[in-house]
Structure formats: structure tokens, C-alpha cells
Design a protein around this ligand. Structure first.
Ligand code: KIV
Length: 274
């Protein structure tokens, strides 16, 4: 049972929910120690950890593997796991995917990308806590014209609002809004009774989520404009690795304190026997 529960998400409507992604034991431990409200094992693992360049190739097996490791580090922090691309293509597949993520990986909830209210309704009826995800949905980015802000014109803004309402009616307990113009995200937030969690959607949502490797500067292939880097992690890591390499080459590492001793008599007996 996690500290933060589905009920707490709803109770924090109008508040400031803090969510961050994590994909393994150490990242989840760090997030847990920082006291975040929720950890998301996002399929962004495909981009920032597995090097696929996008999220589509991520498999359910990979999500379960990473969610299990994150769960071990997350303690009792609320943990949401993404259902990866096409692992929710039918209700039966979505339920089987949710079952693995909830029971095997012990996630508290799953996140389903895109406007799929009928699917969400059936999953919720089956007992699956579902977080929605609208706006820029990376699994279907190519259908949305690439990694672009969504809902900029009247037609698409109306659709986003309607999709958000439909997901709320379907029983989603919270909704991620990714790369939605700030005034539209604020309006959707006002219109819904469930909390919205924004990423690149301005300050008017009920919470924020960022990708672990983005906020710590560990992923350098590209930097979305909406990311605030709290650390230049890759620079620090590179400098440390360079120092290690130089120490090994120059003989500065290992020192005596990093080594184990052997009694002189053992060593001399050993040498005599050679
Ligand atoms: O996969 C992910 O990390 C996500 C967040 C960007 C919301 O879905």
C-alpha cells in the first residue's frame, strides 16, 4: 500500500502533485528519498535508457522488467507504469498487460496513452486504476505530426477538451497533459474534477511530471524546451569517468585503502612453492 493513493490524487485536485519518472532501483530510490508523490515508470525508458530513439519499440516485457526494479527502489511511493505501444490494442491485451504491471511488477496504477475512453471504462470496471495521457502522446507522435504542441487551433483544442471529459467520465483517476498550450491545459484542469498532471503544459495543471534523465541532465540527445535541468548530470559523470580513467592509467587508483592484505607468511609460503 503506497503513501499516496488513488484517493489522494483526487484529494489533491487544485494542489501541486509531484511526479517524476524512474526506471530502475537507484533512480526510484532517489525519487523516493526526495519525497515525490508518485513515480512513473514511463515508456520513455525506450528513449532515455534503452537507446531506441522513440517509445514505440518498448515491449511489455521491458516495462515489467523496469517497473519491478523501480518498485524495489520506490518503497511505498505510488508507482504508475505505462502500458506500452500496442500492448493495449484490444481490451483483452490491455487487461493482460495491466495484470502483469499491477501484480507482477506491483505498480499501483497503469497509464494508457491517447483518447481511449471505452477501453479505460472497461479496465476501470475490471478494477484497474488508470491514469490517462492526452496532448502529445509519443506512442502515436507520427499521427500527430511529430513531437509538436497539441491543441493550438479551435478544432483540436475542442477535441482535446472533449477527450479529457470522456476519460474522466470513463473513470480515469488522473490525466497527464503533454505539450498542451498553457491556457488550454488550465481550462481543461478547471473543467475536470480529476487532477491533471502537466509536462510542457504550463503552471495551470494540478501537478507536474518530468523525465528523470531530462531534469538531471543525463540525456543529451535532445532537450525539450519545457524541461528545466536541475543538474548537468552528464557533464559531472563524464568528468568523474575521465578522472577514473586517468587515475588507472597513472597508477593513482587503486590506493592501499582500496586493496586487501595477505599475511606475509602466506605470501612467502606461496612463493616458496612456486
Ligand atoms: O513515458 C513517459 O515518461 C511519459 C511522461 C513523459 C508523461 O509518459
Amino acid at each position: 500500500m503506497s503513501r499516496f493513493t488513488v484517493k489522494d490524487f483526487k484529494a489533491n485536485k487544485g494542489g501541486r502533485i509531484v511526479m517524476v519518472t524512474a526506471y530502475d532501483y537507484p533512480s526510484a530510490r532517489l525519487a523516493e528519498a526526495a519525497g515525490v508523490d508518485a513515480i512513473l515508470v514511463g515508456d520513455s525508458v525506450g528513449t532515455v535508457v534503452l537507446g531506441y530513439g522513440e517509445t514505440q519499440p518498448v515491449t511489455l516485457a521491458e516495462m515489467v522488467h523496469h517497473a519491478k526494479a523501480a518498485r524495489r527502489g520506490a518503497g511505498d511511493t505510488f508507482l504508475v507504469a505505462d502500458v506500452p505501444y500496442l500492448a493495449d490494442a484490444t481490451f483483452e491485451r490491455a487487461l493482460a498487460s495491466a495484470e502483469r504491471l499491477l501484480k507482477e511488477a506491483r505498480a499501483d496504477a497503469v497509464k494508457i496513452e491517447g483518447p481511449k475512453p471505452e477501453l479505460v471504462e472497461r479496465l476501470v470496471a475490471a478494477g484497474v486504476p488508470v491514469m490517462g495521457h492526452l496532448g502529445l502522446t509519443p506512442q502515436t507522435a507520427s499521427q500527430l505530426g511529430g513531437y509538436k504542441v497539441q491543441g493550438r487551433d479551435l478544432k483540436t483544442a475542442k477535441k482535446l477538451l472533449a477527450d479529457a471529459r470522456a476519460l474522466e467520465a470513463a473513470g480515469a483517476f488522473a490525466l497527464v497533459l503533454e505539450m498542451v498550450p498553457a491556457p488550454l491545459a488550465a481550462l481543461i484542469t478547471e473543467e475536470l474534477s480529476i487532477p491533471t498532471i502537466g509536462i510542457g503544459s504550463g503552471p495551470g495543471t494540478d501537478g507536474q511530471v518530468l523525465v528523470f534523465h531530462d531534469l538531471l541532465g543525463l540525456f543529451e540527445d535532445f532537450k525539450p524546451r519545457f524541461v528545466k535541468r536541475y543538474l548537468e548530470g552528464a557533464e559531472l559523470f563524464r568528468a568523474a569517468l575521465k578522472a577514473y580513467a586517468e587515475d588507472v592509467k597513472s597508477g593513482r587508483f587503486p590506493e592501499e585503502k582500496h586493496s586487501f592484505t595477505l599475511k606475509d607468511e602466506v605470501l612467502s609460503a606461496l612463493k616458496k612453492g612456486l
